[in-house]
Design a protein around this ligand. Structure first.
Ligand SMILES: *Cc1c(COP(=O)(O)O)cnc(C)c1O
Length: 392
């Protein structure tokens, strides 16, 4: 049997061919007019993709580099910060804030859960300098309510810092309207390019905070990077090939939106939402339970059926179809299966995952699964969505 390798993981995600070609062709020096023109264009496009008029900077690192930069640039040792943690990436904020000697107050919820506004409000004393949260907690498939959090910090001196590394391109944000101070993205998620770049936008008050904060920073000094970006440069040697790839990916989104990048991004978000809805509906039809209390479109987390390990589902799917799904992380290993809807994946990919999953489930637990149950449920979701599009 012939098997095509396919990534259905929440980062890295499938690569956009046009971006791969742009990478291969990116044979240019970074201190030249050619690179400056490219970089200025990409930075302007990135602002549209993020949906902000705030300045955006790009860093040569995986997403965690931008998370660390947010902590070092915005805080001073001893600062009280509030971390909302309900998964592996929330825990990363806790580790980072502690590593830089912040007085770290952690509001934590069990994996799969989210926070109520009241719970956050109770921790949000006026001396809290910053709140750190994930928009979508990739380890659990949960969406946190960033809009409600932004409402809470509005009019206070507390900065809201959002890890939207799987949120951007799968979730609608009103960054400036809501008042999100810092929002962070990474290249290997919805931007459809390889790992290696992170980026963030910062509000005026976040930029102002960086002038008085005293935690150490050098390579990830965002003020220095911002000054260079204004000239179409990077403080150090930029990841030229990845920036070219990012430009090609943003061009592709612009084409999808018939020349309007914001529209193309909205289509990308709508695509993730539709695929996630198909997956959740298929799961329900198959009798599989969702792990998340509040569902992110970025990733669907499903509890493994009684008597089956999610690790065996991941292994079976890889062996049968060369498709890569994600197991749970840490103590969720063996318990949950994670399926991504991020970036360059569409409805046909989603249908293929459901069909493959039915097949693997039927191998592991033949008495419990009927071929086509999940597929039919997803097809009905798609048909209904099409009707609504045709009507509008
Ligand atoms: C992927 C991801 C990150 C970044 O991880 P890196 O491995 O550093 O790129 C951070 N937060 C979330 C929510 C993610 O999904």
């Amino acid at each position: 049997m012939f098997r095509k390798t396919r990534l259905f993981t929440p980062g890295p995600t499938p690569l956009l061919p046009a971006a791969q070609f742009a990478m291969a062709a990116a044979d240019l020096h970074h201190r030249t007019p050619e690179f400056r023109a490219l970089y200025l264009k990409v930075l302007a496009q990135l602002k549209v993709f993020v949906g902000t008029s705030n300045d955006v900077v790009v860093l040569a690192s995986s997403g965690t580099g931008a998370m660390e930069a947010a902590v070092t640039n915005l805080t001073s040792p001893g600062d009280k910060v509030l971390v909302l943690s309900a998964g592996k990436f929330g825990e990363r904020w806790v580790s980072l804030a502690k590593a830089y000697h912040c007085e770290t107050v952690v509001l934590s919820k069990p994996y799969g859960q989210t926070f109520t506004v009241k719970e956050v409000q109770a921790q949000l004393t006026p001396d809290v300098k910053a709140v750190f949260v994930q928009a979508t907690e990739t380890s659990t498939g949960v969406r946190h309510d960033v809009k409600a959090l932004a409402q809470l910090v509005k009019g206070t001196d507390t900065l809201l810092v959002v890890d939207a590394i799987t949120g951007l391109g799968t979730t609608a944000f009103d960054v400036d309207g809501d008042g999100i101070d810092v929002i962070i993205g990474g290249s290997q998620k919805a931007l459809m390019i390889p790992p290696g770049l992170s980026f963030l936008s910062a509000s005026d008050r976040a930029w102002a905070r960086m002038e008085t904060s005293t935690n150490p920073r050098y390579y990830f000094d965002l003020r220095k990077e911002r000054k260079s970006c204004a000239k179409g440069e990077s403080a150090y040697t930029p990841a030229v090939a990845l920036i070219a790839a990012m430009g090609a990916a943003l061009d592709y989104l612009e084409q999808q939106g018939s020349g309007d990048l914001a529209k193309g991004r909205d289509l990308l978000v709508a695509n993730a939402e539709l695929c996630a809805l198909c997956m959740r509906t298929a799961a329900a039809a198959l009798g599989l339970e969702l792990f998340s209390a509040s569902h992110a479109a970025a990733v669907t987390a499903l509890k493994a059926p009684e008597g089956v390990s999610s690790s065996d589902l991941v292994k079976g799917f890889k062996k049968e179809f060369a498709g890569v799904l994600s197991d749970g992380q840490g103590e969720m290993k063996g318990q949950i299966l994670r399926i991504a809807h991020i970036g360059y994946l569409d409805y046909l990919d989603c249908i293929a995952i459901i069909a493959g999953l039915e097949q693997v489930l039927a191998q592991l637990k033949p008495e419990s699964f009927q071929y086509g149950d999940g597929l039919r449920a997803a097809q009905l979701v798609y048909a209904k969505a099409r009707q609504n599009v045709d009507k509008s």
